[in-house]
Design a protein around this ligand. Structure first.
Ligand SMILES: Cc1cc2nc3c(=O)[nH]c(=O)nc-3n(C[C@H](O)[C@H](O)[C@H](O)COP(=O)(O)O)c2cc1C
Length: 199
C-alpha cells in the first residue's frame, strides 16, 4: 500500500509488519501508527503480511532478486524512518517478519547500510503480556544490529484484551494513543534519517 497523497517529494516512512492468512491485529496496529506519520506530513508505504508472504526465504548467495524483494529493498533505501510490527511467536518475533528484515542484508554495502541513522518505531502484539516484552526486546536488539535508532516508546499490545476494528480503531483508546505516539516520535526524528542515494 503506497499513500502518495503527500506527493513524491514528501519523505517516506515505511511500515513492515503483520501476520499472514487473514485479518491481522498486528497489521492493524501498524496502520494506526503509520496513519499518524501521514498526518504529520509523511508519505507512507506498508509492507504487510500479504507482501511479506511473497518474499522468498532469504538466500544471501542468490544471484538475482525477485521483483518483490527489489521493491522492498528499494522502499527501505528511500525511507527516512521505519515502523516494525511483529506478533510474539513463541516468545520472539515471527519468522515472516524476520525473513523480511534478513533481506536488508542487501543494503550492507550502501552508503547508508541497513537502517542506519533512521528512527525505528516498534510494535509487538501477543496473546498475553509475557511475549509482548520479549518481542519488543528482540526487535530492539535487531534494530541496534541494523544501526537504527529505536524510538523511546514501543507499543506492547495484548490482543487478549485489545480488539482492533475495521475502521482503524481499537477497543482501548490508550492503545490507539500509544500507537499514535510511535507515529509522532518517528515523524519527529525522520528528518535526521536521510534517504540513501539510489544504488
Ligand atoms: C505460531 C504462533 C506462536 C505464538 N506464540 C505466542 C507466544 O509465545 N506468546 C503469546 O502471548 N502469544 C503467542 N501467539 C499469539 C500471537 O502472538 C497473537 O495472537 C498475536 O496477536 C497475533 O497477531 P495477529 O492478529 O496479527 O495475527 C502465537 C501465535 C502463533 C500463530
Amino acid at each position: 500500500m503506497l499513500d502518495d497523497t503527500k506527493g513524491a517529494d514528501a519523505p517516506l516512512v515505511v511500515g513492515i509488519g503483520g501476520t499472514i492468512g487473514g485479518v491481522s491485529s498486528t497489521e492493524r496496529a501498524l496502520r494506526i501508527a503509520l496513519a499518524e506519520t501521514a498526518a504529520q506530513g509523511y508519505r507512507t508505504r506498508l509492507f504487510g503480511g500479504a507482501d511479506m508472504a511473497r518474499l522468498p526465504l532469504y538466500d544471501p548467495r542468490a544471484t538475482s532478486r525477485t521483483e518483490e524483494e527489489q521493491a522492498f529493498v528499494a522502499a527501505v533505501r528511500q525511507a527516512s524512518a521505519i515502523i516494525i510490527a511483529s506478533p510474539g511467536y513463541h516468545g520472539s518475533i515471527s519468522g515472516v517478519v524476520k525473513n523480511a528484515l534478513d533481506l536488508l542484508e542487501e543494503t550492507a554495502r550502501d552508503s547508508r547500510p541497513y537502517l542506519a541513522d533512521m528512527p525505528v518505531g516498534l510494535i509487538a502484539t501477543a496473546y498475553g503480556w509475557q511475549a509482548t516484552g520479549s518481542t519488543i526486546a528482540a526487535l530492539r536488539s535487531i534494530v541496534h544490529a541494523l544501526r537504527g535508532w529505536p524510538t523511546p516508546f514501543a507499543a506492547a499490545i495484548n490482543t487478549q484484551v485489545t480488539r482492533f476494528d475495521d475502521e482503524g480503531g481499537a477497543s482501548d483508546p490508550a492503545v490507539v494513543e500509544q500507537l499514535r505516539l510511535i507515529g509522532r516520535q518517528v515523524a519527529r526524528f525522520a528528518p535526521l534519517g536521510q534517504a540513501a542515494p539510489a544504488a
